[in-house]
Design a protein around this ligand. Structure first.
Ligand code: SAM
Length: 349
């Protein structure tokens, strides 16, 4: 296991040295999880949010956002699409709400999905909740939960969130998810203004020490209607640097954690529309999350400017994804829910 200063140096790699790191990660990926990529159908079912994260386009204070919540039929149509097209799992993601109407509805939806599609993995990504709510959602049949820690530097965490968000609570929520029996995923944004390589090295050590099963992380990208996006608009050069850094983060995650699932995030594709996600796979990721939700509302779930994916349901897009993965020697693992090996191992130890 690399020491902290070695991790920092590896993260700083560029050019051929960075490619060498990513190739090493790809070898570990292929040895441990195979030359296979799992698809998860992402459904962004509501952009209503009680939080005011300074970086996020759907933050509570952004009055320019048209708020929406998909109805059951719209959500189930997305799930049906995913099931019909061999996606092994769905991810239901939303803004954060803690009221009973919301938490009850999520529990009921999970029950319906699991009843109709028993083989489909169900991942939730709905933010911080009480352990009671997590237990209920798990009992309803949800398998996995994604909750990014965003940054493990508490000072940076508090700088980019509103005062109601606390680093300690976010970490507690991850512990609660594990106690509730979920397959637990977390991650960070990469390239947050003020973030250092030392911070990112700590993030990698946090992933390892928390014994996480899944990692989902990607470059931070500015949204022009947020305080962070306005204070620090992205330059093209910064975006390219963040993409390279994100690929090094993926590679080091694979090398350090080995048997976890790692997502090639949509924000990689936002910076490199032609091959961002493929480059993520080549750096050691093994999951892609195409959007299968209602297209009419996609423009209202803009976390950052120029978020891609408006035509992701199109047959042509899926065929080109399959072709480009085949070109790099990877195949899509259709109809497999793709439980992370790490979760299977830690729960049968
Ligand atoms: N409410 C849930 C939560 O907070 O976990 C899920 C939705 S939240 C919008 C999903 C993720 O979007 C966050 O964890 C954050 O990392 C990412 N995100 C938000 N704004 C972003 C930005 N400007 N650039 C990159 N990622 C962003």
């Amino acid at each position: 296991m690399p020491r902290h200063d070695e991790i920092t140096q590896l993260l700083a790699r560029q050019g051929d040295a960075a490619e060498e790191l990513r190739r090493a990660a790809l070898r570990v990926k292929r040895e441990i999880v195979g030359a296979r990529v799992f698809l998860r159908g992402l459904i962004e079912f509501s952009n209503v949010c009680r939080c005011d994260c300074l970086y996020c386009g759907i933050r509570k204070s952004n009055a320019k956002v048209t708020r929406y919540t998909l109805d059951d039929d719209e959500i189930l149509a997305g799930v049906q699409f995913a099931a019909d097209h061999g996606y092994g799992a769905v991810v239901l993601q939303s803004g954060e709400r803690n009221d009973d109407a919301f938490t009850d509805r999520v529990a009921r939806l999970v029950e319906v999905i699991k009843h109709r599609f028993p083989a489909l993995g169900v991942t939730l990504s709905c933010g911080e909740e009480s352990i009671g709510v997590y237990r209920r959602w798990r009992a309803a049949g949800a398998d996995r939960y994604l909750l990014r820690i965003e940054s493990t530097n508490p000072v940076l965490f508090h700088k980019i969130h509103d005062t109601a968000s606390r680093y300690e609570l976010r970490k507690q929520a991850l512990d609660d998810l594990r106690s509730a029996g979920f397959t637990v995923g977390s991650g960070v944004m990469i390239g947050i203004p003020g973030q250092t390589l030392d911070d990112l090295a700590h993030d990698l050590e946090f992933f390892r020490d928390m014994d996480l099963d899944m990692i989902g992380m990607g470059p931070y990208l500015a949204h022009g209607d947020t305080p962070m996006g306005q204070a620090h608009p992205d330059t093209g050069k910064e975006k390219c640097q963040r993409l390279e850094l994100a690929l090094n983060m993926i590679a080091l995650t694979r090398l350090m954690l080995r048997d976890v699932n790692i997502a090639a995030a949509t924000s990689l594709q936002a910076i490199a529309p032609l091959d961002g996600r493929q480059r993520g796979i080549l750096a050691g990721a093994n999951v892609i999350m195409p959007n299968v939700g209602e297209t009419a509302h996609r423009k209202d779930y803009l976390l950052y400017d120029h978020k891609p994916g408006t035509d992701e349901n199109a047959d042509a897009t899926r065929q080109s994804l399959e072709k480009s993965l085949r070109e790099i020697g990877e195949e899509i693992a259709y109809f497999e829910s793709g439980t992370p090996l790490h979760y299977t191992r830690r729960t049968t130890r």
